[in-house]
Design a protein. Structure first.
Length: 80
């Protein structure tokens, strides 16, 4: 089995989904503890998630995909 990076933030989990049509974008989806979708973001620029990097000081999360391409989600976006 493979391991899929997931960002855990407070009582939420944020998953990065790639598209079946291979577009270079993620759909980031935030779930609550009851598996309800509470927020979504479309982020073009990367696909096929490999890692997640959280920088609290800068207030950003980087979702790192194939060929080290990255998309950014700000902590402000998560909190709103």
């Amino acid at each position: 089995p493979s391991v899929v990076p997931v960002l855990m933030w407070k009582d939420y989990s944020i998953w990065a989904y790639s598209f079946i049509d291979n577009r270079i974008a993620f759909q980031l989806i935030m779930f609550d503890t009851d598996q309800n979708i509470v927020a979504q973001w479309y982020k073009p620029g990367a696909r096929y998630l490999e890692d997640i990097s959280l920088d609290n000081a800068a207030g950003i999360v980087e979702f790192i995909g194939q060929s080290q391409r990255k998309v950014t989600l700000t902590l402000e976006e998560i909190e709103n």
